[in-house]
Write a protein of this length. Sequence first.
Length: 335
Amino acid sequence: MNNKIILASLIALLLSSSLAQQTNPNHTLEALTAYNQWRNHNPRVFINEAEKQYRQSVFLENFQKIKEHNSNSANTYQQGFNQFSDMTQEEFVQKILMSNSQAQSSQPSSQSSSNNLGLTASTSTIATSIDWRAKGAVTPVKNQGNCGSCWAFSSTGSMESFNYIKNNVLQSFSEQQLVDCVTTSNGYYSYGCNGGSYYQAFLYASRVGMKSESAYPYTAIWGSCKVSGTSNGYKPVSFVSVGQNTLALQTALNASPVSVAIDATNLSLYTSGVYNGCNPQYINLNHAVLAVGYDAQGNWIIKNSWGASWGQQGYFLLAPNNTCGILDNPQQITA
Ligand SMILES: *[C@@H]1O[C@H](CO)[C@@H](O)[C@H](O)[C@H]1NC(C)=O
Ligand SMILES: *[C@@H]1O[C@H](CO)[C@@H](O)[C@H](O)[C@H]1NC(C)=O
Ligand SMILES: *[C@@H]1O[C@H](CO)[C@@H](O)[C@H](O)[C@H]1NC(C)=O
């Protein structure tokens, strides 16, 4: 980026006395250089100079947090820059994640629809590791944009992979159809860009059928439902709650990828390593994703919906067992 712009920004910062007092000028130059490099890859349109300055200050705060996080060798995962780098954590939670009640609304209780997956399995019958990507059963990573539609991406992910495993067709399905049509006005408990439920999406898809991604493209805006009738394409026939323990989810993952909900409050700046940034005492299931396997150490392999440049080519590893609540509400298509 242009050195004049860096210099001008640096002077502007130094003139702002409150910042200058508490900032190491070397770090400031390093941070400003990082900001300008980041802006080259993350175009932003600002309504005015104040907003521009504010976004820059948020980035610089995140820059310091990332440096601190990465310099702590006790951390099992690294942080870095991506599309969320100029968002505060509060904004990220509000705009990209879902509120707890929406994530869990109208899921059957695990008692009422839990199947026996895992209860009869023994560790000897499941693989020591599995990764459905290696079997060609997972579509490319998608991007939900500024819309709390993670639940729709988790749902299409499960349906795409199950359709491949059952019918040998890897077809991308329409998240926009789910966002627009799985709504209270259609008799479902989901709220478009404000959050929703993969259970409700499976229920809808089993009745109405799924359009392809290209037939009903993604807009990241909650619009009106443009689907009618009941023969619109692929329909899941049955789906179940997976038992809430490690062996049950591993057993389920030996059959196909599984839709899961997690607490993603601290996940935005993840770049690599094994994520475990949740307080186990305060789990709030605010993000739906797709578990596509587990590695030999028991880490869950997770497909996210924040684009392929986020994390590890769009994926992340989640620490074993019930990290971030992953075992609290897994749902799997079984036919
Ligand atoms: C800034 O960097 C220079 C050169 O690397 C170094 O001599 C100086 O001590 C640094 N200042 C601070 C405050 O870290
Ligand atoms: C996010 O990380 C911070 C700092 O490590 C921690 O105190 C907090 O509990 C975490 N938040 C959640 C929701 O897990
Ligand atoms: C996961 O749980 C199993 C048994 O419940 C335990 O043996 C193992 O140590 C746990 N792994 C981690 C990383 O906590």
